[in-house]
Design a protein around this ligand. Sequence first.
Ligand code: FE2
Length: 429
Amino acid sequence: MFDLLIRGGTLPDGSVADIAITGERIVATGRVEGEAREVIDAAGDLVAPPFVDPHFHMDATLSYGLPRVNASGTLLEGIALWGALRDIATVDEMIARALTYCDWAAAMGLLAIRSHVDTTPDHLRGVEAMLEVKRQVAGYIDLQLVAFPQDGLYRTATGRENLIRALDMGVDVVGGIPHFERTMEDGRESVKDLARIAAERGLMLDIHCDETDDPLSRHVEVLAAEVTRHGLGRRAAGSHLTSMHSMDNYYVSKLLPLIAESGMTAIPNPLINITLQGRHDSFPKRRGLTRVKELQAHGITVGWGQDCVLDPWYSLGTADMLDVAFMGLHVAQMTHPDEMARCFRMVTADNAAIMGLDGYGLGVGDIASLVVLDAGSPTEALRLRAERLAVVARGKVIARRARGDAQLSLPGRPASVRRRHDGVPAAPR
Ligand code: FE2
């Protein structure tokens, strides 16, 4: 007797299979015989491993408009606004906002999140709050925390000391923001320092790197070199990398192999990069997203991150990684069928690889976390930003949603309409 059986789901590779679950693990797949205490009839719906977000700021989420809105829409005004908010927000407020966000995430099948947490203020209330949230959601969301010196590692007197304190409190990953240090030289030194700290402590490294339109910002190069020097490989990630959008093509032809050699991963954040970057341009206006397809063509793992929902930097957002992938697909012009399928993989398996998640997937022995979508394929899920019909976390059904077919009142037309279209073409070979 299984605990849970998902019957007849279409997997992301197009095959149809049952998935049997006992306890927290998948114990059988394919055509499964046997009874289960609970059965979900997927009936051809897409069944995928859960969505994963490798870049978020949970200490700031759901604070939009506090203490006022970002009038210029720039990164720098957002940082200034957050600087005012973090010193008046209480631990309880931050926990409440983050837990509400985690409810949204759970309902959307977003079950692993890497969140940066600001380590700038000496009170470290954000760190205290996020560690408590991590503990409270552990049964259904893998929350990885990054010690993030928002105002610069060296730009405040206690920036470095507070980052170390946060790591000592139990924060998992080393973060940084070299393009916000006072000088290019300080930025370079910060990357070296942070890579050393990560290597010495055996931690992962995830740097906000060159989130700027400056084509001469060169911290990505330093990060790749330091990751290679310390052998961090996949344990290191560069977030944003937006300067690569504006860089000279000849220079990028040298940079891409350097990044590939290091083994580090890349995390562009399309919702945010398309709204924050290019704000100082007239026309033509740069898009500011890094070179996604070019990085992938060099064998570099690239994921899509969300970065922000309703905070000083972004006034929208729903915890839906399909929104994130949808925007990324458009801005990076990933419209070929293979590329669209890749975009879905980026917010699932590729993001899981970036976060180093164990037991992620739909194979026997994997952790039994998955999502059932009202779509027939990954591409259709993207097109529809499909409803999550069921979400399973560690063997337990944590969210269900009824299909929401629209009722039509049109003479001579059907009484209800679904937006699904079973004729999604296969990729030409
Ligand atoms: Fe960020």
